[in-house]
Design a protein around this ligand. Structure first.
Ligand code: 9MR
Length: 379
């Protein structure tokens, strides 16, 4: 059979097309099989936080997506005191155990959140049977039992504990929480010592928001130095990273990374999200006792993020990750505070019922522009 020139050209074009398609498929497959954790494998862990709803009834493909993209896992709420130890004699292990199983199946870096916090801690913790504030010694004993039981149960399996959360009140020094008021400032060092005894293999972190604030930075640096001199076991600082499109000043955040790292502890970015909505308040941290009334002008994108804001978000995420990469020697982990936008606490805080877009996957768990910008830094 003779093949004329035209047929030959047509066949060659078809073959080239098929080859291009195969190549495209190979790239798509590689992208499907690997995720951020692979791109950043030589830099730091990439984590996410899992809420109870996703743990119990994950949407289709959710667990596979988490396994593909992340290699560190934090429980968003269900290891907090009020959830896991709601009454003096009651421990609710089911959800935490399930969380451990999920992460351990994938050999993830497991984060315990949180041992000692002023929030989401039931009143009974601080009071005696007559409703009177417990004295120092008794409250310390209660703290120790809690830490022994919780950190002890997951000993050797939780790789980092948020030992104390949010004990510093911006630039006003120690937060005047019941822990502080009833024990004194050394409640923090006691918590770290108890944690070391109960979970000797775990990295022990102090975790807080607004860590770019110079007053807070200095206070935390001084605290770490005092701890090191006194032999209080602290291994790292958690910089939560609840940030926005325009705040905080990245240069201030960077100063804090450097200052913490200079004390010799590891830096963990523990709760990253980027608020895309109008700032409803002056105070930009995560203090959960604040709340604002809903107003339409505070919820401008109920039906989708406009392309220009999406581009801004991508650019902002790229800036943050470029900063983290610059300090990769000091940073052990970057954890996003949730996977898909629909999960985020930012839809309800500080205003309830808004539609926010703070994470790297959209409401259908598709990678968004910010995801691609973060990935592109490593390609
Ligand atoms: O994301 C958490 C949200 O679901 C809870 O309602 C809220 C209640 O305190 O806690 C959120 O997580 C917080 C974390 O535990 C500590 N840092 C601030 C986080 C956002 O408030």
């Amino acid at each position: 059979m003779t093949i004329n020139r035209r047929t030959l050209l047509a066949r060659t074009a078809m073959l080239a097309g098929a080859l291009a398609l195969t190549k495209q498929n190979a790239i798509a497959k590689a992208l499907n099989d690997t995720g951020l954790k692979d791109l950043y494998k030589d830099d730091f862990y990439i984590g996410t936080a899992i809420g109870n709803a996703r743990l119990n009834s994950p949407p289709a493909g959710f667990n596979a997506l988490v396994a593909r993209e992340f290699n560190a896992l934090t429980m968003e709420n269900d290891m907090k005191w009020e959830r896991i130890h709601p009454t003096p004699d009651q421990w609710a292990w089911e959800r935490a155990d399930k969380f451990m199983a999920l992460g351990e199946q994938q050999q993830m870096f497991m984060v315990g959140h949180v041992l000692v916090w002023h929030s989401q801690t039931p009143d009974w913790v601080f009071n005696d049977d007559h409703g009177q504030p417990l004295p120092r010694k008794a409250l310390l004993a209660r703290m120790k039992t809690h830490i022994d039981t919780l950190a002890g149960r997951y000993r050797g399996r939780i790789h980092a504990w948020d030992v104390v959360n949010e004990a510093v009140d911006e630039d006003k020094g120690w937060r005047k929480s019941p822990w502080f008021n009833q024990i004194g400032p050394d409640f923090v060092e006691h918590a770290f010592r108890y944690a070391r005894a109960a979970a000797p293999e775990a990295q022990l972190l102090y975790n807080d928001y607004n860590m770019h604030n110079p007053g807070k930075r200095q206070f935390v640096v001084d605290m770490i130095k005092r701890f090191k001199e006194a032999g209080v076991p602290i291994d790292g600082v958690g910089m939560q990273g609840h940030v926005g499109l325009a705040y905080p000043d990245i240069a201030e955040f960077e100063k804090s990374i450097k200052a913490f790292a200079a004390t010799g502890v590891a830096v963990h970015i523990t709760e990253l999200d980027v608020d895309t909505l109008p700032v409803a308040w002056e105070h930009i941290g995560a203090e959960i006792s604040s709340n604002f009334d809903y107003a339409d002008e505070l919820n401008p994108y109920p039906n989708g993020l406009p392309a220009e804001v999406e581009a801004q978000l991508a650019e902002r995420y790229a800036e943050w990750f470029a900063l983290f990469l610059k300090h990769r020697e000091s940073i052990a982990r970057v954890t996003l505070w949730g996977t898909g936008d629909s999960e985020s606490w930012k839809n309800n805080f500080p205003v309830r019922g808004r539609t926010n877009y703070p994470l790297l996957f959209d409401r259908d768990y598709q990678r968004n522009a910010a995801y691609h910008a973060v990935a592109a830094l490593k390609k």
